[in-house]
Design a protein around this ligand. Structure first.
Ligand code: ASP
Ligand code: MG
Length: 409
């Protein structure tokens, strides 16, 4: 019997009616003769609401207590889904992340999964039960509850699919698949039938909220076929796999964007090289995700350094830099918020040199100032003002004719 993992996001379980609908989708797969593991997110905007509550009571809530708080959201959903399945006459059992055997590293708010002890899940599947697992959470060796980072339920689902050797992992969401850009902001965005793991990884890392980046990493490493589709509409979704037939003339396949970016600039690093690595090691030790890095040499031979981070990490970054200012040999530093990242992605870029130039030209012609740039073989990212983010994405989507491309799969 094949095992299928089905993951339902917050909107798919947002209220009683949505949960009933989700239960129907679960039952359908079960009736095809599969063994089913379901992973769910917290209902609707629950996680955001819990975050706001914490911020009302604390200016700097501890990450451990945040994990204690946020992990409750998914627990509400698992039990409700199990009850709704029982109501329809199906045997179902819910498990928290730790009950399901998900062991993570000892890091709060953004832990990685280390191992999954699947015995309990397998035992229950073999008793013909539908197993419902809380997404986004796990436990450390010391029995501390951890969470996997916002959007982490996808990673729970794919990791379970890998550990259980599932036939596929279905990600049910509120859109019908992976789009060339976020259709909520870019009306001409269209659904892609297929994307490669690498492209999806870039898209996810660069702000396409549809999938958690680590989930894609897992899927790639363990060759788990991933399907993103709607829980409400009966439309074929997007398949994410290793090799994807290339669409006709499509160099750029997606435009991704992400707001709430901050930039930190450090001045007066005297002996650039060594201090540079100390700065980043210090930040890395505190799990601050540094993204784009730009290093410059002044005429006097001093180094100054800019890097981008998520705005949420700014407070902690400033804290770290202030505490270590002397040790790191920093003269002074500045920070800027209100920034966003806009990126273009596509495997075809490797062999097409003019792509970045075209991107910069489009932005400059429209008076959108580029504050930082980073490139890889299959993407170009720029940091711009937050207010210009959607406009920039729209212009690029148009310039690279993403709405017009004929499907050729
Ligand atoms: N509930 C968590 C969040 O909102 C995890 C998830 O939905 O994947 O980030
Ligand atoms: Mg999500």
């Amino acid at each position: 019997m094949a095992i299928i993992v089905q993951k339902f996001g917050g909107t798919s379980v947002g209220n009683v009616e949505r949960i009933r609908n989700t239960v129907n989708r679960i039952v359908e797969e079960k009736e095809k003769g599969n063994q089913i593991v379901v992973v769910v997110s917290a209902m609707g905007k629950t996680t955001d609401q819990l975050v706001s509550l914490a911020n009302e009571l604390s200016s700097y809530p501890s990450k451990r207590e945040m994990d204690m708080l946020l992990s409750t959201g998914e627990q509400v959903t698992i039990s409700l889904v199990a009850m709704a399945l029982a109501e329809k006459g199906y045997d179902a059992i819910s498990f928290t992340g730790w009950q399901a055997g998900i062991l993570t590293e000892d890091v709060h708010s953004n832990a990685r999964i280390l191992e999954i002890h699947t015995e309990k899940i397998v035992e229950n599947l073999n008793q013909n039960k539908i197993v419902i697992v809380a997404g986004f959470q796990g436990m450390t060796e010391n029995n501390e509850i951890t969470t996997l980072g916002r959007g982490g339920s996808d990673t729970t689902a794919v990791a379970l699919a890998a550990a259980l050797h599932a036939e596929k992992c279905m990600i049910y969401t509120d859109v019908t698949g992976v789009f060339t850009s976020d259709p909520r902001y870019i009306p001409n965005a269209r659904k892609l039938q297929a994307v490669s793991y690498d492209e999806m990884l870039e898209l996810a890392n660069l702000g396409a909220g549809v999938l958690h980046a680590r989930a894609v990493e897992f899927a790639k490493n363990y060759a788990v076929p991933l399907i993103v589709c709607s829980s409400l509409e009966r439309e074929e979704g997007t398949i994410i796999e290793e090799e994807v037939a290339v669409e006709k003339n499509l160099i750029v396949r997606g435009v991704a964007f992400e707001d709430s970016i901050a930039r930190v600039t450090i001045f007066g690093l005297e002996n650039g090289f060594q201090q540079l690595s100390s700065v980043f090691t210090t930040l890395a030790n505190r799990h601050i995700d540094v993204d784009i890095i730009i290093q410059n040499l002044t005429e006097k031979g001093n180094t100054y350094l800019s890097f981008s981070i998520k705005k949420d990490d700014l407070k902690e970054t400033i804290d770290i830099l202030e505490t270590n200012q002397e040790a790191l040999g920093i003269d002074h530093f500045e920070s800027e918020t209100g920034l966003a990242k806009v990126s273009i992605i596509g495997s075809g870029m490797v062999s097409n040199p003019g792509v970045a130039a075209k991107m910069f030209e489009v932005l400059s012609q429209n008076e959108i100032a580029i504050k930082m740039i980073s490139t890889s073989e299959i993407k170009v990212s720029t940091v711009v003002d937050e207010e210009q983010m959607v406009k920039a994405a729209q212009l690029l989507h148009e310039a690279f004719e993403l709405e017009a491309v004929e499907q050729n799969i």
